[in-house]
Ligand binder design. Structure first.
Ligand code: ADP
Ligand code: MG
Length: 505
């Protein structure tokens, strides 16, 4: 009983000390963690700047990256107490700077947290699928835009629990700043001990206050996490008019010529000189076994991979070797096997972001345009849904609308139906057929032989990094000349008799 009475007495008598101490502790922990977080984010952004092939910029970037890595390793590998002493007592000797104790405390927490945050943020960043970046690049976003609109928002959501842990740890670790004489909560508690000669109760009060502070912070962070997660359900929007049968495209499809395209990954020569031409409004299907280089070819055409040799001419202008490929990429849309919709944006925003941030369209125009194409692919009711709330077929239709909304000259499809359940393949192929009928220039890598047969003007068979044969669907499917084409088609018939059920008419 007397124990509780003593605690009560101490609280009543010394509450200003405890409050002041708690205030300083929270001020240092909050500002230091926030600044450390910003430092960590800047470090991660610098670390992800793509390195140029050669030149002074490359060397400078390498040096900066090296310094940042050294900073992270050094400050994670030494105790905060030692860092505090080095900064507070070392700065006057080395630079003649005598920091105010609070400022020194803030700097210590900031620098220490920055090193940890850099690693936390790197972990969050690396956990994001590479397809998110491919998706952003394919819309023509440069490095900065990709970071700001796609990568950083997604990283933030992922690292919030770990960053929250850092804040909680910092609230407790401010005690360390005692060593340089910062009067935070623990120092105040020690003052109370010295004035009252009580050696137990003040510690109990200290433990209680620390617990209340960390518990409150943890709860607030949970609320923030919940807020960022977004709603579990989305509302369906009223269905609008009937879908357009033919799409009004913003411009006629462009013509693409690929000449002597070569690409190796190390010693693996993946493309060994690929030549082909696609006319304006033409639909070309590319078929071939897995590993023959089809995806690499599309990625080179869109400059997501850098070709080693060769020309890529869009309407006669060579894009290979462009230093800044963003504007070109915006004209060459890409639809991926894994959809690569932006997870942090809803359906409508997915279809607007490229228009607004790359093409400079107003939000109003972008929304109108996005809705037109979403309607065309039958996804206008889902504007408020997030990608994780959609089925594969729905995601792919949104991805097609997103590509179309950029008003591209050509769309590249990389096995757009391969990741879909069989019953969803039809809905995506239907949209692609409408598109083909509307005059879009399309290059479609596909295993859907029925689509290649019925919707393509021409079919290309790729084998081992070269075009082994090309011709009309009738020629290629019914009268293949190349031995490898025949073998491939026979294998396909055996494996996918459903897709290859009826012969070409
Ligand atoms: P396909 O799409 O026809 O199945 P890909 O173009 O994906 O074939 O791959 C062709 C070859 O290139 C494969 O051997 C693959 O391992 C290799 N490859 C593709 N991308 C990379 C990469 N980023 N790094 C190294 N090798 C790669
Ligand atoms: Mg592929």
């Amino acid at each position: 009983m007397t124990f509780f009475l003593t605690i009560g007495d101490l609280l009543i008598k010394y509450w200003p000390n405890f409050l002041k101490g708690a205030g300083v502790t929270m001020l240092l922990a909050l500002t230091g963690t926030l600044s450390g977080f910003i430092i960590g984010m800047v470090i991660q952004c610098v670390r992800t700047i793509p390195e140029k092939e050669k030149g002074i910029g490359r060397i400078a970037l390498k040096i900066i990256k090296g310094i940042l890595t050294a900073y992270v390793e050094l400050f994670r590998g030494t105790p905060m107490m030692v860092q505090a002493c080095l900064i507070y007592f070392g700065a006057p000797i080395l630079f003649g700077w005598q920091f105010n104790k609070l400022v020194a405390g803030y700097l210590v927490i900031t620098i220490n947290t920055g090193a940890y945050m850099a690693e936390i943020i790197r972990g969050g960043f690396d956990s994001i699928d590479a397809g998110q970046r491919d998706g952003a690049k394919s819309l023509g976003m440069n490095h900065v835009k990709t970071m700001v609109y796609i990568m950083i928002p997604q990283t933030l959501r992922r690292i919030l629990p770990a960053a929250g842990n850092e804040l909680v740890a910092n609230i407790k670790d401010t005690t360390v700043l005692n060593v340089i004489g910062v009067i935070e909560l623990f120092s105040n508690v020690k003052d109370v001990i010295n004035s009252t000669f009580k050696s137990f109760e003040p510690f109990v009060i200290a433990a209680l206050i620390y617990f209340v502070l960390t518990f409150t912070v943890t709860r607030l962070l949970r609320l923030l996490e919940k807020g960022l997660e977004g709603k579990a359900h989305y509302e369906l929007i009223e269905e609008t008019e009937t879908k357009p049968q033919k799409l009004a495209l913003g411009r006629p499809g462009g013509a693409l010529t690929v000449r002597g395209l070569q690409k190796s990954f190390g010693k693996n020569d993946v493309l060994k000189g690929v030549d082909f031409h696609v006319d304006s409004g033409e639909v070309v299907s590319i078929i071939g076994s897995s590993g023959s280089g089809k995806s690499t070819l599309l990625r080179c055409i869109n400059l997501l991979s850098k070709p080693d040799e060769g020309e890529i001419l869009l309407d006669g202008i060579n894009a290979a070797g462009l230093k800044k490929p963003a504007a070109y990429r915006a004209k060459v849309a890409m639809v991926f096997q894994q959809f690569n919709l932006f997870d942090n944006l809803n359906v409508l925003e997915n279809c607007m972001i490229g228009q607004v941030k790359v093409l400079g369209a107003s939000k109003k125009d972008a929304e109108k345009n996005a809705l037109y194409y979403l309607q065309a692919v039958g996804m206008d009711r889902f504007v408020k849904a997030y990608p994780r709330q959609l089925s594969g077929g729905q995601k792919q239709r949104v991805a097609i609308a997103r590509a179309l909304a950029m008003n591209p000259e050509i769309i590249l499809f990389d096995e757009p139906t391969s990741a879909l359940d069989p019953e969803m393949v039809g809905e995506v192929l239907k949209v692609m057929r409408t598109l083909a009928d509307s005059g879009m220039t399309m290059v479609v890598v596909t295993h859907e032989m029925s689509f290649a047969k019925e919707a393509a003007d021409r079919v290309i068979f790729m084998d081992n990094g070269v075009i082994a044969e090309e011709g009309t669907p009738e020629q290629l499917f019914n009268h293949p000349e190349n031995e490898r084409t025949r073998e491939f088609l026979q294998r396909i018939v055996a494996d996918h008799s459903v897709h290859f059920a009826k012969p070409c008419s």
